[in-house]
Design a binder for this molecule. Sequence first.
Ligand SMILES: [Zn+2]
Length: 240
Amino acid sequence: MIIEVEGIVLSESPYGETSKIINILSKEKGLIGIMCKGAKSMKSSLRASTQILTYGIFSIYYKEGKLSTLKNVDVKNMWKEIHSDLTKISFATYLCELISQVVKQTDEDVFDFLLQSLIKIENGLDPLIITNVLELKCLPLLGVGLNLDECIRCGNKTQIVTIDASYGGLICKNCYQNEPILDKKIIQLIRMYYYVDIASINKINVDDKYKKIIDKFITDYYESFTGLYLQSKKFIENLL
Ligand SMILES: [Zn+2]
């Protein structure tokens, strides 16, 4: 059966001399593995359109639960800006790795999260902030959403003094032991990132010192609570 799906290439790997196998996240059917015959060959028109990040309409011979076969791709966006910048491409690659892990653990639709994030990075918004927003939005889908309304230890809604990744949330004055005190502004920004609709972000200015602390909070939280090991995030940390 030939079907058309709207998708984004999350990963590609060579197969034999001239072919490759790609994984796409599709809007209609989630993750799909696709055999792309001849797509590694220099002459193939499928060579570029099957590379990681490509967003398009994929015509495939669809086999549920098995490897499908690619017929054609109608490319909607190759992400020219992202591909021209090492930092942007690194973040975008990481987002693909993150989403391929998340999609295995949820039935929720994550396609738009990824697409909107790529659009924002392509349009020049800060890739670190967009990445952090997407990371926060994935937490509830991984079953470890943040509670940003009350103290994680006693439920107190007032007198919050800090937020701590290893304890998983806000800490009030009464429960405070010796966790690092983070600026109130950090807590406000994390809340904003957590609840914002990615598509609605048009500009964002966050002080560099806050950005780094927020990124570290999220990375630590992922390490403590999600059980995911994300290799390309480590690579990005060396770029920043
Ligand atoms: Zn408390």
